[in-house]
Design a protein around this ligand. Structure first.
Ligand code: HEC
Length: 274
């Protein structure tokens, strides 16, 4: 009997291992899905989201980005980023390579604190370490500062890693959030950005989620700086669902999952959105 049980056990184990789709498999399955829906849109173009589906909107976007209305805001943000703290240190002292070509490594999972560290959180950790007041998550101040700081990584390819059990658990938690239906209309993020990608909803065409995390913060209408998690809140509100708090574990894990899907795509921050 013993060997039979062992065989059944090994068979079960093998089945479980084969059936388990890890982050890499999730990502290729999604890319395959979008390739089927949009055979003429290249993977590199996914960073433009809904703009890839509308030539006129894309032309307007290019015109606006040639002379962005937020250029002055960026000059101010640069000064903030470079201003020394009371102790003489600067933001750049908290980041590898003084903050150049690093933003694509965020969010990462910190095995010491067992949490996802978004770029915003890294900024606040830096402030606290230097005995400065942290910035409010989702605030214009945080948005402007990170818009400039992340622009130092323009062109860097998103390079989010999910390694180890803690990281995988955070990824799975974010993934679960993405596929859970909520709100009065019982919609999940996936129902729109995967199932209904390219369809119109109240005049807006729905973007693919691969590529969505490459360009935050954005300037809505060219003036209103908006962080990625603020966009999560807006999408939750649009379906009558209770948004989570910006900087909460729920949203940080969601951002971790979502950003992993943009791996390999170049960053550009900030950009214009309608
Ligand atoms: C009812 C459909 C719907 C649902 C559900 C939904 N979204 Fe959206 N989302 C949209 C539309 C429409 C836009 C604006 C057009 C676009 O860029 O896709 C948008 C935009 C976004 C963007 C910005 C894309 C960009 O490049 O500017 C992100 C990021 C996003 N959604 C994430 C999410 C997440 C995460 C969830 C789940 C919490 C979610 N969405 C749920 C319809 C939806």
């Amino acid at each position: 009997m013993g060997w039979k049980r062992t065989l059944v056990f090994l068979g079960g184990l093998l089945g479980a291992v084969c059936a388990y789709a890890g982050p890499a498999e999730d990502r290729s399955a999604l890319i395959d899905h979008y390739r089927k829906v949009f055979p003429y849109i290249s993977f590199e173009s996914y960073v433009y989201g809904a703009l890839t589906m509308n030539t006129e909107a894309r032309r307007q976007y290019d015109d606006i980005m040639a002379f962005p209305p937020f250029a002055i805001d960026m000059d101010e943000a640069k000064k903030e980023w470079e201003k020394p703290f009371k102790n003489g240190n600067r933001f750049s002292s908290c980041f590898p390579s003084e903050g150049r070509n690093v933003a694509g490594n965020y969010p990462y999972f910190d095995n010491a604190t067992h949490e996802v560290i978004t770029f915003e959180k890294a900024v606040n950790i830096c402030l606290e370490k230097n005995h400065e007041q942290p910035l409010e998550y989702g605030s214009a101040e945080m948005g402007l500062l990170t818009s400039y700081a992340k622009s130092l990584s323009d062109g860097m390819k998103v390079n989010v890693k999910v390694e180890g059990t803690g990281a995988l658990a955070a990824y799975e938690n974010g993934k679960k959030y993405y596929y859970t239906q909520r709100g009065k209309q019982k919609y999940s993020c996936a129902n729109c950005h995967i199932d209904k990608v390219g369809k119109f909803i109240r005049g807006d065409q729905i973007s693919m989620m691969v590529g969505q995390a490459t360009h935050w913060p954005v300037f809505l209408s060219g003036t209103e700086v908006t962080t990625l998690q603020k966009r999560f809140q807006a999408c939750n509100r649009n379906i009558g669902a209770q948004p989570s708090k910006i900087g909460s574990k729920e949203y940080d894990d969601l951002e971790y999952f979502l950003t992993y899907m943009s791996n390999g795509l170049p960053m550009q921050t900030p950009v214009f959105r309608k």
